[in-house]
Every structure is written in C-alpha cells, then in structure tokens.
Design a protein. Structure first.
Length: 203
C-alpha cells in the first residue's frame, strides 16, 4: 500500500504565504483522495509491489485505457503532491548551495534567472498543471511544465523531478483567488532548498 506523505509541519506553519485552510484542504482532502484512489487502481491492475515511479514510467503496458488513465491521474496526483509538500517548510533554506547551486548557475546563469524561468512556466501553464525542475542521471537540469497530474516520469522524459510548483487552483485559490502570479511569487518564501538539494544528491 502506498502511504500518504506525512506533513512534518503544521497546517499554519507556512503562514502568511500559504494559508492554513488551503494547506489543510490540499493535504487532507485532495492528496488523501489521490492516495486512496491510486491504491485502489494499483490493486485493480495487479501492480502491487511496484514503485510509483515504475508504474508511471510504464503506463503503456496497461492495456485497459480507462485503468491506464486512472493510474496516470491518481498516481501522478500522489507522486506530484508528495514532492510538492516535501520541498516546503517553515524557516527553510532560502537558496540552494553546493552541487545543485553550481548546476543551476551553469544551466540558467543564476538562481534568480532560474526562478524567473520556472515561474514563467508556472504562469503560462493553461488550466491546471505543474512546473518542474528535473534532473537526469548525469545531474543535468531541465525545466518543463505539464497539464493535470502528468509529470516528467509519466511523460517518458527519463528525468526525475526534484522540485515543482503546483498551479492547480486548489493550491492557491482560497487565498489568492485568480492571482496565480502572486501565489507563485510567495511560494518561493516557503521552499526549503535543503530538501531539494537532498533529492538532487540522491539521484
């Protein structure tokens, strides 16, 4: 059984940037539902014992199209939110350092330019979706965006996400209404770059 990521911080810990009600609703309702449904569909597909990464990277092997879509949507919702919640925290490290910082500077010229580029992807994603920072086995970095609960794994890029911005409306609408740009700007105040560095170094 896949377990829902357990928040290591309280619902109100990210105030005033992300409000308590949004966090509670996002984690206890949306993410909990994705987790439950994903487990149900994994069992239905007979994929118990596989990792979420294995399932999402081999969806084409699931012949039933409805089941394949359900695994993609709910498995993506499970995986994506696990990453999203895990790279946030109160009083987190404000900028990357070490190998990740070096690679960001090498790839995007500077940390500020990286933030501008990934923010642009988050803002230009039409409708619900995500903006991603991913890495390959060589440690090279890539930016991308995806719709709904797709991610670089389910899209077959061969890249592993290490950071993401959720731009589904449920991630920000209670506080920011239709001002997605304000949410994206404030989101960087709650990122813990130590967590992102850890994911990068453990590729």
């Amino acid at each position: 059984m896949f377990e829902q990521y357990k928040l290591p911080y309280a619902y109100d810990a990210l105030e005033p940037y992300i409000d308590s009600l949004t966090m509670e609703t996002h984690w206890s309702k949306h993410h909990a539902t994705y987790t439950k449904n994903f487990n149900d569909f994994v069992q239905k597909a007979g994929l118990e014992g596989s990792s979420v990464e294995e399932i999402l990277s081999s969806l084409d092997k699931v012949k039933d199209s409805a089941l394949r879509n359900a695994l993609c949507n709910n498995g993506g919702g499970y995986y994506n939110h696990n990453l999203y919640f895990s790279v946030m925290g109160p009083n987190g490290k404000k900028e990357p350092s070490g190998k990740l910082a070096e690679k960001i500077n090498q790839t995007f010229a500077s940390f500020e330019q990286f933030k501008e580029k990934i923010s642009a992807l988050a803002l230009s994603q039409f409708g619900s979706g995500w903006a991603w920072l991913s890495a390959d086995k060589n440690g090279d970095l890539y930016l991308s965006q995806s719709s709904n609960q797709d991610n670089p794994i389910s899209l077959g890029t061969g890249h592993t996400p290490i950071f993401c911005i959720d731009v589904w409306e449920h991630a920000y609408y209670l506080k920011f209404k239709n001002l997605r740009a304000s949410y994206v700007k404030e989101f960087f105040n709650v990122v813990d770059w130590a967590k992102v560095e850890e994911k990068y170094e453990n590729l």
